[in-house]
Design a binder for this molecule. Sequence first.
Ligand SMILES: [Zn+2]
Length: 334
Amino acid sequence: MSPLQRRHGLAVLTRVRSHVDAGDLPGAQELLSEILAEIPADPRKARPAEAEAVVLQTGVLLSLGEPHAARGWAAYGHTCLRRLYGDRDRRTLHSLGLLAAVLTRVGAHSRAVQRYQELIELFSELDGPQSERALAAQADLATVEHARGQCQAGRARLSMVIQQHQQVFGTRHPVGIRMIARLAAMWRDCGEVDHAQALLTQARAFATGLPPEIHDLLSAVETAPPAEAHVCSGQPLPEVPLPPAVLKVPGPIDEDTLLMPVAESPFGRPFSTLSYLPAHPELVAWEPSPRTDDDAPEPSWRLSPATMALVAAIIGIVAITVLFLLLVSAAKTS
Ligand SMILES: [Zn+2]
């Protein structure tokens, strides 16, 4: 790729981000097709800008409700970023979260579980097990467990996450309230409408004074019918053992003791899982830097070439005058 082509690619990416920020996903997709048409087939050969384009494409497709189309891009993008930046870079972690969300959306639950476990491990290591990102990944993992019929394990995990989130961030945090909405949706899908309702009542109390979007979310969960596709397998534990903290949660959850709960809307961004979509907020590494010190205006104390010439001329005239006076003085003396 020539420097000119590269600059053009960067300019297009900037425009793509603007479209995404403005909510114009089809517009973003159209621009991305221009870049994506030329990326190498081998993700190990992709350049940073191409990797970012792929990640943006994944997020856009997911947001447009096209997870099957996003799957290949998600895997490609994650492979690129791991190679470019390593496993712990924020861009790589972001792409891993996208990949997990895509796998969940297409029903590849076993693979999604693996990806979420990787995310939880990395976020716990980097930020601590009760960090926002680690808890969000746990909440997403709980959603996958529930979706694959491990209802009790999924609800127990999410209940634990909500309690930890409340301990760290308080009960009025929007993310914690969204988690409660998600837990309510789980109970609803499992046919336990009363439990769902109790959680939503609790969530509404916590949400007093918060923006209308939160209340819209709670209303949507309240009025949505149970998911027909959901099947409770009755399988009590997940394939991978839960951490001790989760096992302390009573088996058949006693809903009355739940501090909160719940979940996320099945609407606009159903699986935007708390933190991973839209795709780009952190991917700004290739944004043209606005202005560097090198091209900042010259400090006022610096002289322009014209001023320098004038000063040199004055110094020259003074020097000649002094020389002339010395010569005259010397002549008189002699
Ligand atoms: Zn169920």
